[in-house]
Design a protein around this ligand. Structure first.
Ligand SMILES: [Zn+2]
Length: 265
């Protein structure tokens, strides 16, 4: 009942579609990230992925290379492929890009969205509400992410769809690392409100609501940089004057890409 949106590029293929294509592997990995089942920094062993999908390692390498191009997978010399762990600066860049692109998408959908596309989006929002009411968190997180991609599809621009697929995957990874508390999904009602503006053909309102929505998503994350000065071990452990660092948010150690000192991210 919570089928992914039909034209969503993250819709995973059934097992029967296993074969030589890298696309189903990529779709599964993206979906696992959207559902927060694959976490930043998790290793993606080529042999194991090949075995699970019944494909050659060459096909797995192609899938991982595509994901690496989009910044979703990182290759580490002599260590293999890992799910990317975006830094706070990466997360801010992703949200900045979304704040520019997504109001345009909402405005464009308000101008061009067909009645059938609006109907699909309405059903999608209804599924989000069902998942929210049932407390199905993983499903809710995936559906709220897919709403943004579905909107790009409704706006009728395939470039927006590809861009949003990448930005959503990176957003999911950033939320896993930097979410405050347990929210980590789009605030309730906002998708419905945006959709109502689109349905009314009010492009200005749709863009304004989307801009506010992205700001709310950003507010749910702690993206302030931790102190840049590196502490000695004794100081970090509170055994030396200087005391314990007043850090907030999740430990920076979970991100493997720490900005160089002095760059400000
Ligand atoms: Zn949203």
């Amino acid at each position: 009942m919570d089928q992914p949106v039909a034209d969503s590029p993250v819709a995973a293929s059934p097992v029967s579609e296993r074969g030589r294509s890298e696309a189903p592997i990529r779709a599964r990995i993206l979906q696992a990230i959207f559902e927060r089942r694959l976490h930043p920094g998790e290793k993606l062993t080529e042999e194991r992925v090949a075995e699970l999908f019944g494909v050659s390692r060459t096909v797995v390498r192609q899938a991982l290379a595509r994901l690496a191009q989009d910044g979703i997978v990182e290759h580490q010399p002599n260590r293999g492929a890992f799910v990317a762990a975006p830094s706070r600066a990466d997360a801010r860049h992703v949200l900045d890009a979304r704040a520019v692109v997504e109001p345009e998408i909402a405005a464009s959908a308000a101008c061009s969205c067909s009645a059938s596309a609006v109907g699909r989006l309405r059903r999608h929002v209804a599924m989000e509400n069902e998942a929210r009411a049932a407390g199905e968190r993983a499903t809710l997180v995936r559906l709220t992410g897919e709403f943004h991609i579905a909107l790009a599809a409704a706006a009728g621009n395939p470039v927006f769809v590809r861009l949003l697929t990448e930005l959503q995957a990176l957003s999911s990874l950033a939320i896993l690392l930097y979410a405050r508390g347990e929210h980590a999904a789009c605030p309730p009602h906002e998708h419905g409100d945006i959709l109502a503006a689109i349905e009314a053909g009010d492009s200005e309102l749709a863009a304004r609501l989307m801009r506010a929505h992205i700001a709310h998503v950003a507010d749910e994350m702690d993206l302030s940089e931790p102190p840049e000065r590196r502490l000695g071990l004794a100081e970090a452990l509170g055994l030396e004057p200087g005391g314990l660092p007043g850090r907030t948010g999740k430990p920076a150690g979970r991100s493997r890409r720490v900005p160089a000192p002095g760059t400000g991210g």
